[in-house]
Design a binder for this molecule. Structure first.
Ligand code: FEO
Ligand code: CA
Ligand code: CA
Ligand code: CA
Length: 657
């Protein structure tokens, strides 16, 4: 397969397909995609074969429910009341009938009171530092005074697409070898990363960002942060600029996250490896083994050619200072973000959490890489719900675990604690700092289960069940399947349901079940297991974001549906988890072409669903001049802009009730 074929993959897909061995863009999905496209076309013509294969894998109860639902006029999802969107692809977004989906804020819009208006032909780092960043991902709504119509929206800005942001540039990281990049452009990218704090208000039914809010804040890849927990002050965290190993500039590639019951925002560094330079220096340096396990330095960005700290040869420990969960107090715009190292260093997807029955705080986390692990962290201390300030440093002490899924439907949480098991000095772990900095290597030694790219993990606070989105893994070979990752060449992913032993989220034991194997159920070779009541529009692949709403209902956002194969864009799906309708899915919101559905977050009153439309227009070969869509502005001189959309019911009322 030639490099030019790879180049035609949209940047988001190449990005998601990156390897954990440091050669991130050497993924070779193109050949597979071509085969898959052929297979699916061919298999579609054999639809009958597909149906018989499905009936063999679905329970008789589910089949009965499906035929009953059809007989009753088609309400296949008793927990969700809305008319499904038709799946497909074009330049626009679509929401279920009877709902409004209004753009709230776009890349470049003003966040700081003094930020200039967005002009894509006159971008500067200074302007971007006060404007809404690129590629909005996680969204968290924090009510002000308990209100559902007035609160803070905290937003991650995961990464930048230089070919869509800047005129006349094109892709820089492959054949171009960054020839078109300049320090000025890199500085804009640095400011377009990080996060935003927005004050939002609903007036006369419509949401708006409060102009000049005292909470308004941009956090960037150069904002000063503090390091706390077992890695703080560790030798591997010390640099020339920070000999104490406790102060870091910025956060990188913040994907998903969570809010906490004490009002803070947990924002998770995912593919931090891509920001470091150079592959060659990493391979030749003393840290080669650990770097390789983390895929660093990845050379996805050339910041290391302008800034020593991103150049491994000049500053070998800087890379250890990224890949953490960062806690931010959004109520205080001057608060210093804290990297909570107790929760380990890996490609954190999210940090969904729950207060356990005994008061301890439990954070569930996925490490989004092929064959990587599901983790959880259990605090030592108990959450003080009456006094939010008392929980300020609760995340610094506790136990990190990695998950093992047994074939009999049981599972275990394996503690990553220095001195226990193989985590000893002889094996390279001299203290807990080593364990958290090299958490992947520690989990390797404990025999955690290699998963098909763990994305979001969320606990349903009503039922106590925990959901894990495994997005896909086309590199799992025949013979490498296991009970929890049962498909070789897993192109469409699956969702696992975990049930903590005795409802105790701190327990080291759990049971688990497959909720659904994703993909087109009409194509037998895919092996999808949606409830047969699911319509042709309702099935999905590549589960990524999970939201569980105030009614305890499951929503899934998808990433990388692969237009070529499926003919449909990413979207937000309502998924039944209980009773005969379990594993029935229905499409609620559909993204414009090229975009991923991120950040689904409801207000507590369930009247609003905020979603983040990430990398719109990012299809194969797309550039600033030739994007796949100019959503949401649709102006010839305006590139596509990642934006937040607020979904509300026309005339008011709860979503899908
Ligand atoms: Fe940033 Fe794993 O999605
Ligand atoms: Ca993403
Ligand atoms: Ca994600
Ligand atoms: Ca993803």
């Amino acid at each position: 397969m030639s490099t030019s074929d790879l180049e035609h993959l949209p940047i988001s897909q190449q990005y998601e397909q990156s390897e954990n061995n440091g050669s991130n863009h050497s993924a070779n999905p193109t050949l597979g995609d071509v085969i898959a496209a052929r297979l699916s076309r061919r298999d579609l013509m054999k639809g009958l074969l597909g149906v018989s294969a499905i009936t063999a894998t679905v329970s008789p109860l589910a089949l009965m429910a499906a035929s009953e639902a059809r007989a009753q006029g088609g309400n296949t999802t008793p927990s969700f009341n809305f008319k499904e969107v038709v799946a497909g692809s074009d330049e626009n977004h679509y929401v279920a009938e009877g709902y409004d989906a209004d753009v709230l804020i776009r890349w470049g819009d003003k966040v700081a009171a003094d930020a200039p208006a967005f002009d894509p032909t006159k971008q500067t780092a200074d302007a971007q530092a006060g404007q809404f960043g690129y590629n909005n991902d996680y969204l968290g709504y924090i009510p002000l005074n308990g209100r559902s119509d007035h609160g803070l929206l905290v937003v991650n800005h995961e990464y930048t697409n230089e070919e869509l942001m800047f005129p006349g540039l094109g892709r820089q990281d492959r054949d171009a070898k960054f020839a078109g990049m300049t320090k000025d452009l890199a500085d804009i990218e640095i400011m377009a990363h990080g996060g935003s704090v927005l004050e939002v208000k609903r007036e006369a039914g419509k949401w708006k960002v409060v102009d000049g809010s005292k909470y308004a804040r941009r956090i960037t890849a150069s904002t000063e942060m503090r390091v706390s927990g077992p890695a703080a002050g560790h030798d591997k965290m010390k640099t020339k600029a920070d000999p104490t190993g406790t102060k870091v500039l910025g956060m990188l590639n913040n994907c998903a996250g969570a809010t906490t019951p004490w009002g803070t925002w947990l924002t998770c560094e995912e593919n931090f490896n891509g920001y470091f330079w150079s592959k060659k220096a990493g391979e030749e340096g003393p840290d080669a083994k650990a770097l390789k396990r983390y895929g660093a330095p990845g050379e996805w960005f050339n910041w290391g050619t302008y800034y020593d700290r991103f150049d491994y040869a000049k500053e070998p420990n800087e890379v250890n200072r990224f890949g953490w969960v960062v806690e931010i107090d959004p109520m205080d715009p001057n608060s210093v973000p804290v990297k909570r190292t107790s929760m380990g260093r890996f490609k954190h997807e999210g940090a969904a959490n729950v207060i356990n029955s005994d008061g301890r705080f439990v954070v569930y986390q996925g490490d989004d890489e092929r064959f990587d692990y599901v983790y959880k962290f259990v605090t030592e201390g108990k959450v003080d719900t009456a006094n939010p300030a008392a929980n300020k440093d609760i995340l610094d002490k506790g136990t990190l675990y990695a998950a093992r899924y047994n074939a009999d439907g049981t599972g275990e949480w394996l503690p990553l604690v220095h001195g226990q098991g193989k985590l000893t000095a002889e094996n390279g772990f001299a203290n807990q700092g080593d364990v958290v900095i090299f958490a992947r290597l520690a989990a390797d030694l404990h025999g955690a289960t290699k998963m098909d790219r763990p994305e979001d993990v969320e606990a349903n606070k009503k039922t106590g069940k925990v959901y894990v989105a495994l997005t896909n893994n086309s590199r799992r070979k025949v013979g490498e399947e296991d009970a929890a990752n049962p498909r070789a060449d897993n192109r469409f992913g699956h969702i696992i349901e975990m049930i903590p032993e005795g409802g105790d989220h701190a327990s080291t034991r759990f049971n688990w079940e497959m909720l659904v194997k994703c993909g087109d159920p009409s194509v037998a070779s895919v092996g999808a297991t949606f409830n047969p009541a699911t319509s042709k529009d309702g099935w999905f692949g590549m589960p990524d974001q999970i939201a569980i709403d105030a009614e305890g209902r499951l929503w899934i956002g998808t990433d990388g549906m692969n237009l070529k194969v499926t003919g449909r864009t990413d979207g937000l799906y309502a998924v039944e988890t209980e009773g005969p309708a379990r594993a029935t899915s229905k499409l609620f919101f559909r993204c414009p072409v090229g975009a991923e559905l991120c950040g689904p977050e409801t207000t507590p009153d369930l009247e609003t669903f905020f979603v983040a439309v990430q990398h719109p227009g990012d299809e194969a070969g797309a550039t600033f001049e030739k994007p796949a869509t100019r959503w949401p502005d649709f102006k010839d001189d305006m590139p596509p802009r990642p934006s937040i959309v607020a979904i509300t019911r026309k005339g008011g009322g709860k979503i899908a009730v």
